[in-house]
Design a protein around this ligand. Structure first.
Ligand SMILES: NC(=O)c1ccc[n+]([C@@H]2O[C@H](COP(=O)([O-])OP(=O)(O)OC[C@H]3O[C@@H](n4cnc5c(N)ncnc54)[C@H](OP(=O)(O)O)[C@@H]3O)[C@@H](O)[C@H]2O)c1
Length: 347
């Protein structure tokens, strides 16, 4: 967030492809990116890396930590061994404690850890990963109670990094997870940092698939012990189902209608969808009001994007929605361009 120098620490350093990407970012944003080899699970190695960062950033002080180190190493409990648990736990558990230790006494604005929705919703083969992320969430709570900076972001699967391997994508889809795009991640991260909640979840969930998975009898116990959060989210999805006709939108039925009628139908759909998703928008709201003025947070905006996609098959880009000056009129105009062009040209 406006940092002049950003330093990364990883055991292997960066490859030439990333080097090019980094040079482009430096040019575009006028910042300096320093890449240092280090292991967060080894205190001495981390201390050396921090020392090097301090030397290379001159008189600037370190103001933020983003702890993203993690290793994905799935194994079912039936054949898990101690080393399998260590591989996954160490970067998150020892890594966060070492970072806490080496930043002791620094005046930090951020101490953000990358946790996972897996800390709330179990995934077969990922019990160590779930435990590691649970630790992060509680650790951040512990820091905050001591008046220290701290935020844990529980990401759903992302279309970047460890979860974006093709063999995982189908599996996530079956469990009700869509991957968050890079633009969505950027938009959520920005919102999280502004919001500064202790723990915050960002995930793109297909509620229909997920609620089916968790309704089968063998998952009943699992569902019972899940957090209040999950039950609240599922019941929110069930409410959509009961009331879906309220904001139904059938584009083909508008083929022979006037442009004005098409625009009115689209306006009704957008306002009703927003009001149902967020519970905050009155369907009679002016379409010139800014989304941010209505207090829509990034989670409700993502759900809104999903609902619009379900009914229109068009996905509004997250980057489009991240503009703080966006109004409903902008959304309606974008949808009108994307949806009506096709039916109007056919007729
Ligand atoms: N991608 C997702 O869908 C997703 C979803 C939820 C949460 N997350 C979390 O987000 C974080 C970043 O994930 P990603 O998807 O970007 O994964 P990634 O591409 O595999 O990146 C993980 C990074 O951690 C570094 N690392 C691992 N162990 C380390 C250690 N001991 N010391 C220093 N660096 C270490 C790795 O570099 P070296 O191997 O060179 O050290 C690598 O650069 C992880 O904590 C992950 O659990 C990701």
């Amino acid at each position: 967030m406006g940092a002049a120098t950003v330093a990364t620490i990883s055991r292997r350093g960066i490859n030439s492809e990333k080097e090019n990407e980094i040079t482009n970012i430096e040019k575009k944003f006028g910042c300096k990116i320093v890449n240092i080899k280090g292991d967060v699970t080894n205190l001495k190695s981390l201390e050396n890396a921090m020392h090097e960062i301090q030397e290379r950033s001159g008189s600037a002080s370190i103001r933020g930590i983003f702890h993203c180190a993690g290793v994905l190493h799935g194994k079912l409990l039936s054949n898990i061994e101690e080393n399998d648990i260590d591989i996954v736990l160490k970067p998150k558990v020892i890594g966060s404690m070492n970072l806490h230790h080496v930043t002791n006494g620094l005046d930090l604005d951020y101490f953000v850890v990358s946790s996972s929705i897996n800390s709330l919703i179990g995934i077969p083969g990922q019990s160590s990963y779930g435990a590691a992320n649970c630790f992060l969430d509680d650790f951040i709570d512990w820091r905050r109670k001591r008046g220290l900076a701290g935020q844990s972001i529980l990401w759903g699967p992302l279309n970047v990094g460890m979860a974006s391997r093709p063999e995982f994508i189908d599996n996530f889809a079956k469990r009700g997870f869509n991957l968050l795009s890079v633009a969505e991640v950027r938009c959520c991260l920005q919102a999280a940092l502004m919001q500064n909640s202790t723990n915050i979840v960002y995930a793109d969930i297909n509620w229909e698939t997920m609620s089916k998975n968790y309704s089968v009898p063998m998952m009943e116990r699992h569902r019972n012990i899940m957090s209040v959060l999950f039950d609240q989210l599922v019941s929110c999805h069930e409410t959509f189902d009961e009331d879906s006709s309220f904001y139904e939108f059938d584009i083909t039925s508008l083929r022979d209608t006037s442009k004005q009628e098409q625009y009115s139908a689209l306006t009704r759909f957008v306002l009703h969808a927003a009001s149902k998703v967020t519970g905050e928008v009155d369907p009679s709201t002016s379409i010139d009001v800014k989304l941010t003025d209505l207090g829509l947070d990034s989670m409700s905006i993502l759900t809104f994007i999903n609902v619009v996609q379900d009914y229109t098959r068009y996905r509004i880009p997250a980057a489009f929605m991240s503009n703080i000056d966006r109004t409903f009129r902008d959304i309606i105009q974008l949808l009108a361009e994307k949806l009506f062009e096709q039916i109007n040209s056919v007729s």
